[in-house]
Design a protein around this ligand. Structure first.
Ligand SMILES: Nc1ncnc2c1ncn2[C@@H]1O[C@H](COP(=O)(O)OP(=O)(O)OP(=O)(O)O)[C@@H](O)[C@H]1O
Length: 653
């Protein structure tokens, strides 16, 4: 006998219902609670004041309606009684009261705006700091290459970058709702008292249905922004690429303008079409249904009022009051410009912030070891830096980049790591500087695993330039000082670092010397050649040494220098850095011959090690590649095939 099986259609429907329900709870309830929980960061006093203020703002129009209705109701008696009658006096008093209420409403609204702004700034300040701290929290840069983290981050930060939809504005929006719903409640009571309670309730239900149609549609529609977040990032990137001076050259030379414009408009159109379809889907049907039902409820209240008035069961005052209250209440069923959009998009941003926090926790939990917090002795390393069976693959990739590498960088000496493109040389530097953690093995300084060190203090020990160093749009001096931003600026040390990098003379000749901005986007600013920029980056690393770093890492430091400049640099380098633990990385074998030790890396492993002479004598990998590059050099080409003559005296731009 076959066992009974659950009805699949019913089970599926139940499951779908559960999912819808949990989505609704998350989007409509928990997201709102997140905003409410933010309110204290604006200061309790301010929040309490605004809440009370909004109750007042909510009630004032209702008071106005009540007073004017009583006023209208009193008109026949006042006319009959004449100017000296008590009824006329009452009419005058009511008129003055209505005017005062109207005036108060007009005056208080701008006051509320000013106070709202203060609450918004406070809350946004707190959250902006939190988002920034979250992104600086990871010890390494892996999370910045993780697509999910990037999506959450861009969604979180997007709202801070624009002028609306910030979480602070959402807090204001929540308090504005206090005004709106206080008004609705008061109007329901007024309709109940003036006409009949069923009429009051019917209007209340109608308004809530209208609101749900509007607000619920917006809630569903806002999900679309999450669906297109990746596409939006592409649009932003394409937009940015067309704006940068660096890309401008290639775009024109390769004739990319049309291609980029096409790609941009295709991505843009795709996003717009997706949004358009979503808008029709989420707004139309619910809007029609809810509005029709709402109209029936509101109509019922008005018909009831008319019926009671014609049968004489309510008087003129009550009719005027009831009808005005119904009209005012129905107006509350629409879209609230001051609250709805900002609250909705801020809720998305807060949810993204929450997911970002969770994603970072998850990435941290997946790390082999928690980040250490131990101090680093000033003399570290006094013996050696050691890579001990270090294995590594990049997060999200299964490709082994380092395959149990063993490498020793003796303290106070210059070690060169050479290898072909993609051999894993830069990855070694990323592990040494703890931008990533090894997937196996350890990196040790004087026998201590560097994973135990406070990463900030450890990084201060290392003056490093990467091949893709940053050209900051700052002054020449600042560009160098950033090598040790924690230390107080020292002009003499900047000059020494610039001299060692061979750029001091060129910088002092600039219009404002070291204070010249290195970007033409600023008044008095100038740009440098590629080689000069590279020297600035080298000076940045030397400046770190001036500020107390004990390890110097130069990753392809001469890629943009001409051949003579490169040779001159390496001639002096070993002399200049005597006593410093230095790591020199290059794929040009000819450039590292003066290093104390040379290590050849291939396929994520050390394949040879020794001094230049030892390696040449061994006649292996190094000797072969050295001979090959030397031969090209002798033929008038540098190691990369550039003309030797063309490079002399002029560094490439
Ligand atoms: N962020 C990353 N994510 C995934 N793979 C990466 C990443 N960075 C580098 N790789 C891969 O790791 C390998 C080693 O890269 P690495 O930059 O260390 O090589 P390299 O020896 O410095 O090369 P080059 O001489 O060209 O600078 C390469 O195959 C590269 O594609």
């Amino acid at each position: 006998m076959t066992p009974p099986v659950a009805e699949p259609a019913a089970a599926t429907a139940l499951q779908a219902l559960r999912v819808t329900w949990s989505h609704w709870i998350e989007e409509a309830v928990r997201s709102r609670l997140r905003i409410v929980r933010l309110l204290p960061s604006g200061g309790w006093g301010l929040v309490a004041f605004l809440a009370a203020f909004n109750v007042l703002l909510g009630l004032l129009p209702v008071v106005f309606v009540v007073v004017t209705s009583i006023l209208v109701g009193g008109v026949p008696a006042a006319i009959a009684g004449g100017l000296d009658s008590a009824a006329w006096e009452r009419l005058t008093a009511l008129f003055l009261l209505a005017s005062a209420v109207f005036l108060a409403n007009q005056v208080l609204a701008p006051v509320a705006n000013a106070v709202n702004l203060r609450l918004r700034r406070r809350v946004d300040g707190v959250l902006r700091d939190e988002a920034m701290a979250l992104m600086l929290r990871p010890v390494g840069i892996g999370p910045l290459e993780d697509e999910r983290t990037l999506d959450e981050l861009s969604e979180t930060v997007r709202n801070f970058d624009r002028d609306w939809g910030t979480p602070g504005q959402a807090c204001v929006g929540m308090l504005v709702l206090v005004a709106r719903y206080t008004r609705l409640l008061a109007l329901v009571v007024v309709i109940g008292v003036a006409i009949a309670w069923p009429a009051g309730l019917a209007v209340g239900v109608a308004v809530l249905l209208f609101r749900y149609g509007q607000r619920g549609g917006l809630r569903k529609y806002s999900r679309v922004s999450r669906e297109v977040v990746g596409r939006n990032r592409e649009i932003e990137y394409l937009h940015q690429v067309t704006m940068t001076a660096v890309a401008a050259k290639e775009i024109r030379l390769f004739g990319l303008t049309e291609w980029l414009a096409d790609r941009y408009s295709t991505a843009y159109e795709a996003v717009q079409q997706h949004k358009e379809r979503a808008r029709r889907r989420v707004y139309l049907a619910p809007y029609l249904v809810l509005t029709s039902v709402g109209v029936v409820f509101a109509g019922f209240a008005l018909v009831l009022a008319a019926e009671l008035a014609t049968s004489g069961r309510i008087d003129l005052t009550e009719l005027a009051l009831g009808v005005q209250a119904v009209v005012l209440a129905i107006a509350l069923g629409g879209y609230y410009a001051e609250a709805d959009t900002s609250t909705q998009y801020a809720m998305l941003s807060l949810s993204a912030l929450q997911r970002l926090r969770a994603r970072l926790d998850e990435l941290e939990a997946g790390q082999r070891r928690p980040p250490g917090r131990d101090p680093v002795a000033a003399s570290t390393p006094s013996a050696a830096l050691v890579f001990d069976s270090v294995g590594f693959h990049y997060p999200g990739s299964s490709r082994t980049v380092l395959d149990g590498i063993d490498l020793e960088l003796p303290a106070g000496q210059c070690t060169a790591v050479v290898g072909v493109n993609g051999a894993g040389k830069t990855t070694l530097v990323k592990l040494l500087t703890r931008l990533y953690e090894p997937t196996s093995g350890t990196v040790r300084a004087d026998g201590t695993d560097i994973a135990g060190f406070d990463p900030v203090l450890w990084r201060r020990r290392i003056g490093v330039i990467f091949q893709d160093f940053v050209r900051y749009e700052l002054t020449a001096a600042e560009n160098i000082e950033l090598g040790a931003a924690h230390a107080s600026a020292d002009r003499a040390a900047v000059l020494r670092a610039a001299e060692r990098a061979g750029i001091a003379e060129a910088l002092l000749a600039l219009p404002d010397g070291l204070d010249t901005p290195l970007s033409r986007a600023y008044p008095g600013g100038t740009d440098l050649s590629g080689g000069q920029w590279q020297r600035i980056a080298i000076a940045r690393a030397f400046y770190a040494l001036e500020a107390g770093a004990t390890v110097l890492v130069l990753d392809e430091p001469t890629a943009a220098l001409d051949v003579r400049a490169e040779m001159a640099f390496f001639e002096r380098f070993v002399e200049m850095t005597r006593g410093v633990t230095s790591l020199l990385i290059s794929h040009r074998f000819s450039s590292v011959r003066r290093a104390d030790h040379i290590v050849v890396v291939d396929g994520g492993r050390v394949v040879e090690r020794g001094s230049h002479d030892e390696l040449i004598e061994a006649g292996g990998h190094y000797a072969r590649l050295f001979a090959l590059q030397a031969e090209r050099f002798a033929r008038g080409l540098d190691a990369d095939g550039d003309s030797l003559e063309a490079g002399v005296g002029e560094e490439s731009r």
